[in-house]
Design a protein around this ligand. Structure first.
Ligand code: HEM
Length: 123
């Protein structure tokens, strides 16, 4: 029997209703943990998640590289390289697209959706 992936968090997470207000790439870039007055955002397929509460995304955290941008490609490729932290994913193979979809599910169960990337072309 194949194992069904659910990606449920170990501790229940209470999420707010999702917001899909457009947020510009420029504003998103400021939400990378370097400004203490801004939240920390990661976008996947144009959808923006607020990851502020997880220190892994703070400056010097293991996954800080993903913040302030749409990092779909890096997540799909299981890559931490800054050059892979970009929005385009259409050209990837089906396996990598599946990995990306799994990460989208993972983030959806943990982090509030706070907006979408304005003029995103990678939905
Ligand atoms: C030596 C290799 C790695 C180790 C030991 C490692 C370890 C971990 C651990 C322990 C967690 C936390 C899991 C949990 O909360 O249940 C995690 C989460 C995560 N890892 Fe890795 N990881 C590695 C490589 C990578 C790579 C190459 C990527 C690139 C995509 C990656 C992306 C992530 C992401 C996005 C999370 C989710 C963080 C969150 O909860 O928001 N990891 N990793």
């Amino acid at each position: 029997m194949t194992e069904k992936k659910s990606f449920e968090p170990k501790q229940p997470v209470k999420l707010d209703p999702p917001k899909y207000d457009p947020i510009s790439v420029e504003e998103l870039s400021k939400c990378d943990g370097t400004d203490p007055n801004r939240p920390i955002y990661v976008a996947i397929k144009g959808i923006i998640f607020d990851v502020s509460r997880n220190s892994a995304y703070h400056v010097n955290g293991s996954y800080h590289v993903f913040t302030g941008k749409d990092s779909s490609r890096a997540l799909a490729l299981s890559s931490l390289k800054p050059e892979d932290c970009r929005p385009d994913w259409y050209d990837l193979d089906e396996k990598d697209k599946g990995v990306l979809e799994d990460w989208f599910t993972y983030f959806s169960k943990r982090y509030n959706i706070v907006g979408k990337v304005e003029n995103a072309t990678n939905l």
